[in-house]
Design a protein around this ligand. Structure first.
Ligand SMILES: NC(=O)c1ccc[n+]([C@@H]2O[C@H](COP(=O)([O-])OP(=O)(O)OC[C@H]3O[C@@H](n4cnc5c(N)ncnc54)[C@H](O)[C@@H]3O)[C@@H](O)[C@H]2O)c1
Ligand SMILES: [Fe+2]
Length: 385
């Protein structure tokens, strides 16, 4: 068996409603905390779902500050603003409370608030050094799995998405409370849920770091997500379904944090960066076309995953692999999210720029089971039009 390494967040709590007691949890697990700093976005703040957790912090005599300036696909300036606010608050613990955007910013606040490193020093892999504030992550979308990954994605310059990847980005504690996700609109539920499924699929076929633990997590993630995604869109208030989605996304996050994602994400990033299409939807738009491109190298693994997503599929490896692709396409269609680039305002004239930008994602493209050239990237975008 090939040697491998696997890391994840040491503590995970999964229980509907548990964030009502966030203050007590933090007091117990992080004694001496007085000034927690919550990172979230204005949309989530408006839901009022932060009120009880915040109150619970106050009840433990903690002076919590809330930074709600996160925006989707957070630009560097927002990260710096949050770091500044955390310093002014003299934060002694950081809580990411929201979707991937908020949790990613929280990671960077935790490593930069008390550090001599500038943000420009830490882009890339393994560049974070120095202290990090204690970090608690509370996802409110069932998608990115950022609560258990060692990655933060920042929009740098006008449109490029750049990653910070480092062991220090693993939180100390992740809290999965589906009560926070009951009001997630169906389209956000669908797009973020498909993002999580892509994490599992790409981890399972990752070229360099595929490993037995990530494989097991990816399979269980796909089982949970494929059984519950449509139901979560149709019955948003079903707590059990929502908790299964949150767990599925978390397991997929653990998988891809160790066996990283590849061309689906590489081609999705420019769609998000340039056209501000939400991350999960960007992934979903290119997914079937990248999977078809990968078939010559990955049919065996896709066939194995078909056994999880469409267990009734039978026939040759190729036929079962194709069944997985069709199933993913059908999930997209059933949820009603957009399925073509044109539907999100992207036209033929944009394809060259998208292909150029996708080729910059060398960290991700290197993990793809099949080597992908610029011409391939352009052809995939053309197929997705
Ligand atoms: N670090 C990682 O491992 C990782 C992995 C994948 C993606 N990402 C990054 O994560 C970001 C995307 O995160 P996301 O898809 O979770 O979306 P998001 O965090 O950008 O949030 C999307 C929208 O959903 C709203 N929202 C969030 N929770 C809600 C709730 N419970 N009820 C109602 N509305 C709610 C937010 O207000 C926001 O408008 C991108 O920047 C992407 O690059 C990071
Ligand atoms: Fe993703």
């Amino acid at each position: 068996m090939t040697a491998f390494a696997f890391s994840t967040v040491a503590h995970i709590l999964s229980e509907p409603g548990i964030t009502k007691h966030l203050g007590a949890l933090i007091a117990e697990r992080f004694p001496g905390t007085h000034r927690p700093f919550i990172v979230t976005d204005a949309g989530f703040l408006r839901t009022g779902l932060l009120d009880l957790p915040r109150l619970s912090l106050e009840q433990e005599d903690m002076a919590a500050a809330v930074f709600s300036g996160v925006v989707a696909d957070p630009p560097e300036a927002v990260v710096l603003e949050a770091v500044d606010a955390a310093r002014r608050h003299e934060a002694d613990l950081v809580i990411g409370f929201g979707g991937g955007s908020s949790m990613d910013v929280a990671k960077l606040v935790a490593v930069l608030a008390d550090s001599r490193q500038a943000i420009g020093d830490i882009y890339g892999i393994g560049k974070v050094s120095g202290k990090r504030l204690p970090l608690v992550q509370v996802p409110t979308t069932a998608g990115t799995g950022s609560e258990v990954t060692n990655i933060a994605i920042v929009t740098t310059g006008a449109t490029t998405k750049t990653g910070v990847v480092a062991p220090r980005l693993y939180a100390d504690l992740a809290v999965l409370d589906a009560a926070l996700t009951l009001g997630l609109p169906p389209m956000v539920t669908a797009a973020t849920g498909i993002d999580a499924m892509v994490h599992a699929i790409e981890a399972y076929t990752s070229k360099h770091k595929k490993n037995p633990l990530s494989d097991a997590l990816a399979r269980e993630a796909l089982r949970l997500l494929s059984r519950n995604l449509i139901r979560a869109c149709e019955q948003g208030d079903n707590l059990e379904v929502r908790q299964a989605m949150l767990l599925g996304a978390c397991l997929a996050g653990q998988a891809f944090s160790n066996a990283p994602v590849a061309a689906v994400h590489a081609l999705a990033y420019p769609i998000g960066g340039i056209f501000h299409v939400p991350h999960g939807l960007s992934n979903s738009l290119v997914l079937p076309h990248v999977l078809r491109f990968n078939l010559p190298q990955a049919a065996d693994l896709y066939a194995e995953l078909a056994g999880v997503v469409v267990p009734h599929a039978s026939g040759s490896e190729e036929v079962r692999a194709e069944a997985l692709i069709v199933a993913m396409q059908q999930i997209g269609k059933m949820t009603g999210i957009e399925t073509t680039l044109q539907q999100v305002g992207i036209g033929e004239a944009d394809l060259d720029r998208l292909a150029d930008d996708a080729m910059l994602q060398t960290r991700l493209l290197g993990n793809n089971p099949r080597e992908l050239t610029r011409a391939d990237a352009r052809a995939i975008y053309a197929a997705a039009l």
